[in-house]
Design a protein around this ligand. Structure first.
Ligand SMILES: Cc1cc2nc3c(=O)[nH]c(=O)nc-3n(C[C@H](O)[C@H](O)[C@H](O)COP(=O)(O)O)c2cc1C
Length: 257
């Protein structure tokens, strides 16, 4: 009987030790150097993106060998690990990273995402993708159709599409790059949802966009009038296929360092 109790107690201690290791946030920006066995792990938005790309079999931007991404200890990296990681990061965004720059973007067809990825590489910033709770289908963005969802939303400045995965807080970031496609000359309404959800009064916000040809200025004005922003720097419109060099050229003009 005593033996049984001892075995049970040992199991409980072992399981709770495992849960503590995967569920606690440490205030280090970089999970690379973390030894999963001996230290508590901090997962950053950058880690979330790494694991997401790995699962989607996207070409890796960095060597992920040795990363502690097997959160549930089943010897593989999968969607279950991603869910656990996202939960940790969203629960503790203030301690998730000591990086003070965040690249946030909404991109329905991937053009703005490419620019954002260049920026993330250049700045080593954390990133956060705005996704709609009700995703935009191809029919939703068929702008030739007057009644498509995107057109109806753009025609009504009060519409606020719900965000699927709101980030819990942006408090730990000072500088925020905000990327979006131009829809009918303006920022998509979901960007307005995002802006109204957080306090930007002490942030530096830098908009960027992609478009067929329209400029960024109307959206910049909308953004500045919608919420209080500490400092809003001049944004930049890029064509869909802008290179990393073009993005770098613009980034350097911002003199953020
Ligand atoms: C509903 C809708 C409206 C658009 N309106 C404009 C516009 O007013 N001016 C423009 O140059 N491009 C416009 N475009 C093109 C997009 O801005 C462009 O394809 C952009 O790069 C898409 O970015 P994404 O791939 O990140 O979603 C529009 C596209 C859609 C779907």
């Amino acid at each position: 009987m005593n033996k049984l109790i001892l075995m049970l107690a040992t199991t409980v201690i072992a399981v709770s030790a495992m849960m503590t290791t995967s569920g606690t946030i440490k205030t280090s920006a970089d999970a690379d150097a973390v030894s999963a066995a001996t230290e508590k792990i901090t997962y950053t938005l950058h880690d979330v993106r790494n694991l997401q790309d790995f699962i989607l079999v996207k070409p890796a931007e960095e060597d992920l060998t040795g990363k502690p991404y097997d959160l549930n200890g089943d010897d593989r990296w999968d969607v279950y690990d991603l869910c656990l990681m996202r939960r940790e990061v969203l629960k503790n965004p203030n301690t998730a990273s000591d990086n003070d720059t965040l690249v946030i973007y909404f991109s329905r067809t991937g053009n703005t995402e490419k620019i954002a990825e260049h920026l993330i590489e250049l700045t080593d910033a954390d990133s956060y993708v705005i996704e709609a709770a009700v995703p935009y289908s191809d029919a939703d963005i068929k702008y030739q159709d007057d009644n498509c969802r995107a057109n109806k939303e753009q025609n009504d400045k009060s519409v606020r599409p719900e965000i699927a995965n709101p980030i819990a807080s942006i408090d730990s970031y000072d500088t925020i790059f905000l990327g979006y496609p131009i829809w009918w000359g303006q920022e998509p309404r979901i960007i307005d949802t995002f802006l109204e959800s957080y306090d930007f009064s002490d942030k530096t916000v830098i908009p960027f966009c992609t478009s067929g040809s329209s400029g960024i200025s109307t959206s910049e004005k909308n953004i500045s009038e919608l919420v209080t922003i500490g400092t809003q720097l001049e944004g930049r419109r890029f064509p869909a296929g802008a290179s990393k060099d073009e993005v770098k050229e613009w980034y350097d003009t911002l003199n953020l360092n």
